[in-house]
Design a protein around this ligand. Structure first.
Ligand SMILES: Nc1ncnc2c1ncn2[C@@H]1O[C@H](COP(=O)(O)OP(=O)(O)OP(=O)(O)O)[C@@H](O)[C@H]1O
Ligand SMILES: [Mg+2]
Length: 270
């Protein structure tokens, strides 16, 4: 791989409530991109409660801590040998697992994590980032360097919708290119008494993509460690995931939203 020629796209999964599908969808996006032949690195930056390693049933001691420590001692050390690899049926991608121990999350510096991503971006077509449901310093810095932010929501309870509204408004105040933030609805047909049109009206934005609820497929995927898009059984959820990926791989579309003008902090306070 010629490292200097790649200017990889960074796709971050973010939400303002937990359990909306960031990890499941992030894993499937990484898998589908790898299946299509792209070089992919999937980063688990849910530093305290990361699930990627469990969902993929990876057995590794490497984590983001290993990468940050290595970069600090020798910034020219190659990072790829320190990444975990997920392989299924000859399809593979690299993974940065979350720290082994919860307390490591306190000592990892956001700047070091960003340095790792900046370095890896020159080596992979796509970096997929899984995050947590908060506007933390790390998450805001990740949103800044992302090419696309998938802002995921579900329609279940009123507080979830309230948080989605706050999240959407906050993302809008960051003044990113309009195409950078993609509002995606997951578990769309889950039983709820809340009308989707009301949610759209409250948010003031339409959903860019909608994924169906499919508890059994999701459960089975996690139980087997095989991402939905790599499994032989194709469900509506699988097709909706693949359709989301195809919208994202439209390169012409992608080039218009590389917003690197200023940082989140200046957008908030500048
Ligand atoms: N479309 C779907 N249909 C049915 N179940 C789903 C769907 N998407 C995700 N799930 C299930 O919902 C649960 C939460 O998903 P996931 O862990 O990906 O959410 P998350 O946003 O990463 O949560 P957290 O904020 O806790 O990290 C999992 O059990 C997953 O299998
Ligand atoms: Mg998660």
């Amino acid at each position: 791989m010629n490292e200097s020629q790649i200017d990889g796209a960074i796709i971050t999964f973010f939400s303002t409530s937990s359990a909306v599908g960031k990890t499941l969808i992030g894993i499937n996006m990484a898998s589908e991109l790898a299946r299509e032949g792209y070089s992919v690195c999937l980063a688990d930056f849910d530093l305290q409660f990361g699930d990627v390693k469990n969902y993929l049933q990876l057995n590794t001691d490497y984590s983001i801590t290993t990468l940050c420590d290595t970069m600090k001692t020798n910034s020219s050390h190659p990072l790829t040998p320190l990444l975990a690899t997920y392989t299924y049926n000859n399809i593979s991608f690299q993974v940065i697992p979350a720290p082994q121990k919860l307390e490591e999350a306190y000592t990892l510096e956001p700047d070091s994590i960003i340095d790792v991503i900046k370095k890896l971006r020159s080596q992979y077509d796509y970096i997929i980032i899984d995050t947590t449901s908060m506007f933390s310093v790390l998450n805001l810095a990740l949103l800044d360097i992302s090419t696309i932010v998938t802002f995921l929501g579900i329609v279940d309870f009123i507080p979830t919708i309230k948080n989605m509204k706050i999240g959407n408004d906050t993302l809008n105040t960051l003044n990113y290119d309009a195409n950078k933030i993609r509002l995606v609805l997951n578990r769309s047909d889950a039983k709820t008494r809340i009308d989707l049109q009301d949610v759209v009206r409250i948010l003031g934005d339409n959903f860019y993509h909608i994924l169906p609820n499919d508890f059994e497929s999701a459960r089975q995927s996690i139980a087997t460690g095989i991402p939905l898009v790599l499994s032989d059984q194709k469900s509506d959820l699988t097709r909706a995931l693949q359709s989301l990926v195809s919208k994202y791989t439209n390169k012409g579309y992608m080039s218009t939203y590389k917003d690197k003008s200023s940082s989140w902090i200046s957008k908030f306070f500048g």
